[in-house]
Structures are given as C-alpha cells and as structure tokens.
Design a binder for this molecule. Structure first.
Ligand code: HAM
Length: 431
C-alpha cells in the first residue's frame, strides 16, 4: 500500500452516512418513546471492560469469548475487551454501584455499539449496534410477557410485525439442566463419529451449545436429540405455561423450540428469539432470556433478571426493504449577500430559532453571489429561501422565495418573520 492511499474503515465496521441516518433516527425515536411508555430508564456504560467480565458471564466456551472478542493489553498491561454485548456490562455497573441493594426492582435500557470479530456479511458486522433492555428483581412470567409485548409493539410501530416469528424455550433450573446435559452427553457420545470438530470439543465443556450448531453436516444427528422440554421440572414448566397463557391472551403467536439454547452461558429458564426469513442466515433480530444467577455470580445480591437485545443493523435492513425514509431537509435556507447582510444573517437566524424551536434553518456561510447561493439553496431541499441582501438589511426586511411551489415572492419585515413562519409552516412559537 502506498503511503498516500486513503485509509479505509476497519473491515466489518460501518460508517452511517447522512443519507441512511433517517432509518436509525426513526427506530431510536420510537424506541425511546416506548421505553418511556413502559417506564424503563436509560443506562450508559463504557465500551471497554476488563476481559475477565465476559469470561465469567458470557462464558469461556461461548463462541463470543472463545473466538470473537477484541481483547488486548493496554499500556499498563491490563487485559481489556471491547464489549461484545451489554448484559454483563449492565450487571457489572449495577453491582459496582450497589444499585440493586438500594432498589431491587429495575427496568433499564441501553443502546450502542458492540464488537465481535465475526466473519462480516450482510447483517453481520464486527462493530454493530444493539438496543437492549434488562429488568431486575422480578420473578414469574409477567415480566417475561411484558418484554415480549413490548417487542411486539416495537415491530408494530415499525410496520414490521408480519416479518417476525417468536420462538421460545425454557432452559429449566440448574437441576433439570444437569439431567438434560447428562442425557445429551449420552446421546452425543453414542453418535460421536457424526459430530463435527467444534461439537466434539464442546461435548465435554458445553454440550448444550452443540444444539446451536449451524453446520448442515450436523442436521441429521441433531434431528433426534433428547428434547429439553421433556426434562423441565414442575416450576420451570409452570412458568413456561404461564408465559404461554399471557402470550395467548395478548394474541402473540409463538413456537416452542426445544433446541433453542442461545449462545451465551448466563441464561436460566426462559430463552427466546424473534426470527425472520428475510435476512438469510442472520435470521435472529432480537434475542434474550432469563439469567437469574448472573448478578450473584458477578458479586451482587441474588437477583432475578430477564432481558433482550435487538441488532439495529438487522432491523434497519428490514425497514429499508419496507419503506423509504429520506433524510431530513431544512425548512428554510437563508441567503445573504453583501457585508451588512452577512452581519445580520446570523443574528436574524438566532432570533428565529429562539422563537421557533421546531424551525430547521440553514444559514448560508462562505460567501458567493446570489446565483451560486440559490443553487445551494435549491440543492439543500429547503422549501423556502430567505433572501437577505444589503437592501433588505438596510430596510430590516427579508424577501421570501418559494423553492418548491409556483408562488410570487414576497418581502416581509423582519419583525414579522416569526408570525409569518408560524402560519406558513405551521410551527409553534416558544412561550
Ligand atoms: P445476542 O443473541 O448475542 O444476545 O445478540 C442479540 C442480537 O444482536 C442478535 O439477535 C443480533 O440481532 C445482534 N447481533 C449479534 N451479533 C451481531 C453481529 N455480529 N452483527 C450484527 N448484529 C449482531 C445478546 O447480546 C444478549 N446480551 C441479549 C440479552 C440481553 N439477553 C438478556 N439480556
């Protein structure tokens, strides 16, 4: 590579340019509104954590920790990891600040980039973004149902409901999981020759994860595995039934998939995924479940917990295929030509923005004559050009020219501009 060649973004890490931003903002706006409606509070935490956090929570034998984390020693030699997910970090933050001791019931949400060194393809990146929520201190199926109702609402508000299917499963209690694990080990040992290399390695450490295998060569052996749902105890079965009753009542369709195990070690009880057929191999847009032991495992008080995360890029791919959102354009482009006009333009713009908080007003900067400024005004997409030449500046007026309609231009005194825009653009005036 020659020293003058342009530097590229790191593979699998995307820029989001302005022509795409409307999709992000649309989702974020709806998400924030829903979070307020359901009374969840935002939490923010660092991008970088001690590497040991994810080893202890996501799991040492998970794909994420085994193969995908960005882990490095910093200048002090401390081993750090770019967060591959938010749940463990959220719990670390709550434990560190003793939040659950003070207020055991918490409903929290977060949004931001996560990092996994996966092989990039459509819908799978090395820096991606999650919307997530975590609810603490509540047992029973009601909170599980709440977060599934909430996701259903999100799909509805985005116009994507028809694209999703909900799959649920229960991983049971530690006791039933051990019994199921034993049955799986027995089964897979019997069929050892049919296991791929990854699965043979997992047989000792984490046989449940074999169920997660996406290798087509494993399909046959996975067809007849013992079913997790046959091993559930009364409590876990009752809770799953209760959740199903809530979902039935709410009219939310679901499928019980007893091979759904999820790729992270901290789950207990419910696990679920919202999947779609419209994204090829990257079918899961939202995944989550219960993790009742994680808070205590990371040094906090015993606390039940349940949550999920949504991959924003995957949601955006679906949204883009459904609707065309264009990036916002300014309402008004303020042209200014001449020394006096240039001086007045910024002040006039400040006054207008102060009085009209919803007005989007672009002030031309950088000089140039009327002709070149008009070209830029037109290109900006603005509905209205406000013209401030030296004549207007002297007379404290502005000339209004309609860029998208066949209408006569008008000259308006500057002190009437607020009223003018209120009427013309239907804007509210700040009290
Ligand atoms: P996860 O299944 O690892 O769960 O990730 C959740 C979602 O993030 C996936 O369903 C997918 O949409 C998105 N995602 C994951 N990896 C990538 C990638 N490389 N590129 C693009 N999108 C990706 C978790 O992260 C758990 N923390 C979820 C959770 C929260 N469980 C309980 N609370």
């Amino acid at each position: 590579m020659s020293s003058s060649s342009a530097i590229q973004a790191v593979r699998g890490m995307n820029d989001v340019l302005p022509d795409e931003i409307a999709y992000w903002q649309h989702i974020e706006t709806i998400w924030r509104r829903l979070m307020t409606q359901y009374a969840y509070q935002e939490i923010r935490f660092p991008l970088v954590e001690a590497a040991s956090l994810f080893q202890r929570s996501v799991g040492e034998t998970s794909d994420i920790v085994e193969k995908e984390t960005y882990t490095f020693a910093d200048r002090n030699g401390d081993l750090l990891t770019l967060r591959p997910e938010g749940t463990a970090v959220c719990v670390r933050a709550l434990v560190q600040h003793s939040v659950l001791q003070q207020q055991p019931v918490q409903r929290l949400w977060y949004m931001g980039p996560m990092f996994r060194h996966e092989r990039p393809q459509k819908g799978r990146y090395r820096q991606f973004h999650q919307l997530g929520l975590e609810a603490f201190g509540m047992h029973g199926a009601a909170i599980e149902a709440e977060i599934l109702l909430l996701t259903t609402r999100l799909w509805q508000e985005l116009g994507l409901s028809a694209l999703f299917k909900l799959q649920i499963n229960s991983l049971g209690t530690p006791g039933t999981r051990a019994a199921y694990r034993a049955a799986l080990v027995a089964y897979f040992t019997q069929h050892h020759a049919q296991l791929d290399e990854d699965s043979q390695r997992r047989l000792d450490k984490n046989p449940l994860r074999i169920l997660d295998s996406k290798n087509p060569a494993m399909t046959a052996v996975l067809q007849n595995v013992p079913q997790m749902t046959d091993y559930l105890d009364e409590v876990a079965r009752a809770q799953l039934n209760q959740l199903c009753a809530y979902l039935d009542k709410a009219g939310i369709a679901y499928e019980i998939n007893s091979r759904l195990v999820r790729g992270l070690d901290y789950y207990t009880g419910l696990v679920f995924e919202w999947v779609t057929e419209h994204l090829g191999a990257q079918a899961t847009v939202c995944g989550g479940g219960r993790y009742d032991n994680l808070v205590a495992e990371l040094g906090g008080p015993a606390s039940e917990a349940v949550g999920f995360s949504i991959g924003m890029e995957r949601l955006i791919l679906l949204l883009q295929a459904q609707q065309n959102l264009s990036s916002p354009v300014p309402d008004v482009y303020l042209l200014n030509v001449g020394e006096l006009a240039e001086q007045n333009a910024l002040k006039l713009a400040e006054d207008l923005r102060l009085a009209l908080p919803d007005l989007s007003l672009l002030v031309h900067c950088g000089g140039g004559g009327f002709k070149s400024q008009f070209k830029k005004a037109d290109k900006s997409g603005a509905k209205i050009a406000l013209i401030l030449g030296d004549d207007e500046a002297k007379q404290t007026t502005v000339t209004v020219k309609y860029l998208r309609e066949e209408r006569e231009q008008v000259t308006v005194p500057q002190y009437e501009m607020v009223e003018f825009f209120k009427k013309e653009l239907g804007l509210r005036i700040e009290d």
